[in-house]
Design a protein around this ligand. Structure first.
Ligand code: SF4
Length: 219
C-alpha cells in the first residue's frame, strides 16, 4: 500500500472517495483512520441529530484512535457554519455541500478551517475525480444540482441553489467511464429530476437521442 493517509468517510460517504482517489487509502474502521470525514445531512431534525451524534462519535477517535484530522462536510455545515465552528473545536475543517474538491487542500495540510463556499456556483463535471462507493456494478450519476421549486417544508433550494443541469454530453461521458469500469446499472439522480434540462439551451440537453443507447451497446 502506498504511503498515503488512511481516511474514512462516515454518515454517507458517497462524495468523499470521489474527491480523494489516489491520494489516500480508504479504511473500513474509524479507529484506523488518520483523517475522518463526516458527510452530514441538514435537511430535517432527525438527520441533523444523527449527523451531530456521528461527529461527536468520530471526534472520540482523536483521543483513542489514530485520527489526526476530523473533517465535517455536507449540508449541515453549509446550513450552520458559524454555529458548528463555535460549538465544535474538535473539528479541524468544515466543508459545505459543494466543497468536496476542497478535500485536496485539507490533505495537503494547507487548508483554512472554514471551506464553505457558494453551492450555487458548483456543478459536478465528468472530469472531476471519482471513485464509486456503491460497488462496481451499480452507480449513481448526478445529472443536475439545485431546485427551482419552493415547497414550503423544504430547505434544499436554500442549501443547493437554483437548478443547474449538466449537459447531456457531460453526463454521457461519465456514464461511459462508469460502464468501462464495470457498471451495469446507472441511476440518474438530482433534486428535481423531471426538471432536468429546462435551464439548458435545447442543444445541450439531448444527445441526438442515441448517446445513452450507445453506452449500452458498448457493454
Ligand atoms: S421539489 Fe423537492 S427539492 Fe425542490 S423544493 Fe420541493 S421537495 Fe425540495
Amino acid at each position: 500500500m502506498p504511503d498515503v493517509p488512511k481516511t474514512i468517510g462516515a454518515a454517507g460517504a458517497l462524495g468523499v472517495g470521489a474527491t480523494v482517489r489516489g491520494t489516500v487509502a480508504l479504511v473500513e474502521r474509524p479507529e484506523d483512520a488518520e483523517i475522518i470525514v463526516v458527510n452530514t445531512c441538514g435537511f430535517i431534525g432527525e438527520a441533523k441529530k444523527e449527523s451531530i451524534e456521528t461527529i461527536f462519535e468520530m471526534a472520540s477517535h482523536k483521543e483513542s484512535g489514530s485520527c489526526q484530522k476530523l473533517v465535517v462536510a455536507g449540508c449541515l455545515s453549509q446550513r450552520h457554519p458559524a454555529e458548528l465552528a463555535a460549538e465544535m473545536p474538535e473539528v479541524d475543517h468544515f466543508l459545505g455541500s459543494s466543497d468536496m474538491l476542497g478535500l485536496r487542500a485539507v490533505l495537503s495540510g494547507k487548508a483554512e478551517r472554514m471551506l464553505v463556499g457558494d453551492p450555487a456556483s458548483w456543478l459536478i463535471r465528468s472530469t472531476d475525480p471519482r471513485s464509486v462507493s456503491t460497488g462496481k456494478a451499480s452507480a449513481y450519476v448526478k445529472i443536475a444540482e439545485g431546485c427551482n421549486r419552493s415547497c414550503s417544508f423544504c430547505v434544499i433550494p436554500a442549501l443547493r441553489g437554483k437548478q443547474r443541469s449538466r449537459t447531456a454530453d457531460d453526463i454521457v461521458r461519465e456514464v461511459e467511464m462508469l460502464a468501462q469500469g464495470g457498471a451495469f446499472e446507472i441511476n440518474l439522480v438530482s433534486q428535481d429530476t423531471i426538471a432536468y434540462g429546462r435551464d439548458l439551451p435545447a442543444g445541450e440537453r439531448s444527445c441526438d437521442g442515441s448517446a445513452f443507447s450507445t453506452c449500452t451497446r458498448r457493454r
